[in-house]
Design a protein around this ligand. Sequence first.
Ligand code: DP6
Length: 321
Amino acid sequence: MTRTARAYTNIALIKYWGKKDQQLKLPYTNSLSLTLDRFYTDTKATIIDSDQDVVYLNNKLLDASQNKRILNYLTTVRKFYSFNDHFQIDSVNHVPTSAGFASSASGFSALAAAISETKQLNLSRRELSILARNGSGSASRSIYGGFVEWQAGHDNESSFAVPIDETPEIDLSLLSVVINKHSKKISSTVGMENSVKTSPFYPNWVTLVTSEIKEIKQAIAQKDLQKIGEISEHNAMSMHALTLSADPSFTYFAPETIRIIQLIQELRQKGIFAYATIDAGPNVKIICTKESLALVQEYIEQQLSDVTCVVANIGPGIQYV
Ligand code: DP6
């Protein structure tokens, strides 16, 4: 019987923001993430006697306009591995939009693993990471647990994620502060493309990421929490500077995003451990220690009435259930 693949979402501490190859999703820089334990996607692929794929997401059949990206991906996978089968894909997202995480990382990672399982491709985790990357760049990292680095590479075979420490014994938790339940207006794909093409600071970003990757890997090895927090926050702010400096300028920040950044600075002034990271949307993820977590959550909820806080810890790599 075919097993269901389960992939957890991840949060980038050093962001992937820009592709040198759109089709293959080859990034300009390495990136580094932490896989999370609370949000995951379960996906099963069944071969069907049809010349078209069908996709169910959360038990609902997707129509042509909704599943274009997935259908294109399945076509790519067929080409890669030279087979003609079509699939029924059953995917259930345990990444509530209300938790403020994108589901494309866990989604394409689970889909790659589900197809590999059904077709008995016997892929290594490296090959799975490559396959997942072709669906969504950040999905390449969700193959592994804990701290993961996606090595940019220069072609399809050389761009994959590697584990840095899959079960780190480190006192880090993540508090996701959700301030806006509307879906984002500019996708990461489009946002990063605009930044690459028009931000005068893009070349500096490439240089910055190269040095920040080195520094954060050192900090992870030394379990230097403060360094990890500082580098992560600086990297996230630098990524958002690329959107503000694009032409035309755009931002993922909502007014509340700025407010939360200020609250985090206040918390640090009080000696409480808290650092911000923000993806392609308005929600803020706060890097906390087990000790600071409750204090940070209380402070944020006191100051802002219309936010939802969700806690996540370090999670595992791909699983079969
Ligand atoms: C800000 O992986 O969603 O979350 O490869 O175009 O699907 P595509 O982009 P995606 O971008 C993620 C951007 C980010 C940073 C990160 O996760 O590294």
